[in-house]
Ligand binder design. Sequence first.
Ligand code: KG4
Ligand code: ZN
Length: 334
Amino acid sequence: MSMILAIESSCDEMSVAILKDKRELLCNVVASQIDTHRLYGGVVPEIASRMHVECVSTVLKTALNEAHVDMNDIDAIAVTKGPGLVGSLHVGMQAAKTLALAYHKPLIGVHHIAGHIYANELVEDIIYPCLCLVVSGGHSELVYMKDEFCFEVIGETLDDAIGEAYDKVGRVLHLPYPGGPVIDKMAKEGKHNYQLPLPLDDDSYNFSFSGLKSAVINLCHNATQRGEEIVGEDLACSFQEVALEVLINKTLKAAKDYQVKEILVAGGVSANSGLREKLTRKSDIKVLFPPMKYCTDNAAMIASCGRIMYEKKLFSTLDLSVKPSYDLEEEGVK
Ligand code: KG4
Ligand code: ZN
């Protein structure tokens, strides 16, 4: 039995969730700043941390009200420790430490990506060994998990993350930030009519998306110079097809090589409808995707991971500090 209060503030969302036992989610309040950052075409770190300071108390109070619990009912405080924006992480961390100190609760520092991975466990038990495809705004990784809370990064991006490539392509197509969900929608209306290079199509488990991103940017610039019009839907479709092909091929190859029992997908790009449809269709083992509402940043996923760490008694002391750069392999049970 456990009741975990979790705080996530690594980027532009301030979120507080309360999770009872494994998957009875009593609340998951998310205060998004996306409308503000959209005005600048991307997340402005200083604005993000300032806005977090303004809303953290309200989000916390709303969460406790929605869940109909008070701090005495809580067993532990979980908080995103990193990776993320330093100022943003600090706001959540200070709130978590204050609660832990004032109410004498254990403190748990959660790796943001471990949180994304364990969003899947809010729906059903993960079966090990498994392979996790982590695809977000800051990460593109293949993680082998031989058992619960054991992370081995077997492949990663050598340059841009997949979500970052989506957002940059969105910018060159003059789409609102973040570009990912918009490109996903447009791709459904378009045809694969533009020739783009298949990025790092080799035998490794690593990814590279900057060449693909640059190819899209060059194609747009050349078209502008020649006075030609770009068919946005077709370019979105061509970009998505090529990006997904390499993600899916490498995931299926790694799943086979490591003989895993299932594949998990995690991170903001796991919301992508093309990825969901194609990977599920092409895989002959089970593929788990988090429910749409837990794909992008939220505290429910931090609570889910925090619950496992609570059971393993992986507590931190009050001198816990944020880790803006934080390797997943530093985390977990060896
Ligand atoms: O996990 P997340 O919320 O933040 C990070 O930890 O990075 O991921 C945000 C990323 C953004 O790059 C956004 O464009 C992308 O996820 N994203 C998508 C979709 N929904 C969100 N990318 C492609 N298709 C989508 N449907
Ligand atoms: Zn994230």
